[in-house]
Design a protein around this ligand. Sequence first.
Ligand code: NI
Length: 164
Amino acid sequence: MIGLISDTHDNLRAVRELADRMNDEGVEVVLHAGDYVAPFTLPELAKIDCEEFIGVFGNNDGERDFLREKAEEVGFNLVGEVFTGEVLGLKVAMVHGTEEAIVEALARSGQYDVVVYGHTHEPEERRVGDTLVVNPGEACGYVTGRRTAALLDPDERTVKLIEF
Ligand code: NI
């Protein structure tokens, strides 16, 4: 199972509860679409007991050097603005989604099985051709009042939204 997270925005209580939930679900890989904000949230996120943790930066991630340093310390692969690669057999692209046109271009390129983004704080799941486009919503719950994340089944290619 792949855990999809975005927009944790320093909400430590939410991050801790989410880590417990992801561990209960037996998540193997976590993809985080950005907006951690402060570096202190990364060690809490790293409590998710997964094989690989991959993240991109969001528009509110100002302290990039500190975030990179902390990520390295806790074994979290913070790749930059864009992640593209294979995850449990799926071709994945991930951006924070600050520019909607970039999300659309990735989705329409037909090169990816899954495009993951965040930023809007609204969960979304849709298909563009054969590409699954997913926004797990906001883990922090600050804007919508709902703390959400998502589980992506790499074999079925289905997404389940979770509230925690
Ligand atoms: Ni954002």
